[in-house]
Design a protein. Structure first.
Lengths: 154, 154
């Protein structure tokens, strides 16, 4: 049994689903496709140099969880490997947390495998970190501390 | 160019993300894992006989989009094939729509490929339908008309 069982590690930190990441090979084509089908326009688009990704966010009317279309920039081996192996498709599931540093500390202390031991800059100015997919049986989970929350704490 | 381009087909029908589907081989094990890691308890669990699936919903505190853990019952070839090919992982992305019949009618009229031409019963008493993954470059999209909305219309 994994060492983190039955501890509800992040129970007081998880707010909800922040976004669902969909990996796409052609950002323009996919943004047009999702917009035309679902009527969700791109609310925000940026290149996140430190992650070597281009991201476009489609924000549904209810103001809740969003869709992130994510495409690899040159030098991003992880997303390129994903596209080569599986093609376009669902890539990761991101949860909003109130304190990402505290969340990572608890996960590390419980020996949960992490891809990021410390938060890194993500799209929209948020702080993000990824768990190792082995920690959740193959689903790549991202944690997001939203920049607006961070700003309110200052 | 696909026939449905630039039509914002479902612009006035899509409410937001209803849930993210995660296919799992062992429901008890996975429900315990997600609960222990994220502190999200199973809010609802049921077997949907008509779909040959067992489903468990983890509802985050913000009351927004949820996670559906979904596991195949005997005779479900689609989910069993998914597990054999990819193992546990992200399976589908479900959008809440205000009128699923109207949504399917528009999609069919625009020659968008559908797995379900008419809605079928889903978990929690909702009406659901799946688009063919080829319609969205490999992401399996589900439409959900929530039973509470349906009830309010009566």
């Amino acid at each position: 049994m994994a060492p983190h069982r039955n501890q509800n590690l992040l129970a007081d930190l998880v707010v909800g689903i922040d976004h669902v990441g969909v990996c796409v090979a052609d950002m323009d084509e996919s943004a047009a496709l999702w917009s035309s089908l679902l009527g969700l326009a791109v609310a925000h688009r940026e290149c996140v140099d430190v992650q070597r990704t281009e991201a476009a966010f489609l924000d549904p009317p209810d103001g809740g969880a969003t869709i992130e279309l994510v495409s690899p920039m040159a030098g991003n081996t992880g997303l390129n490997k994903f596209l080569q192996t599986r093609g376009d498709g669902l890539h990761h599931l991101a949860f909003a947390v109130s304190d990402i540093g505290e969340a990572l500390g608890r996960l590390a202390a419980a020996n949960v495998r992490l891809l990021d031991a410390v938060p890194r800059p993500g799209a929209r100015g948020h702080k993000v970190a990824f768990l190792h997919p082995a920690a959740t049986h193959g689903t790549l989970v991202e944690l997001v501390e939203r920049s607006s929350q961070h700003g309110e704490e200052k």
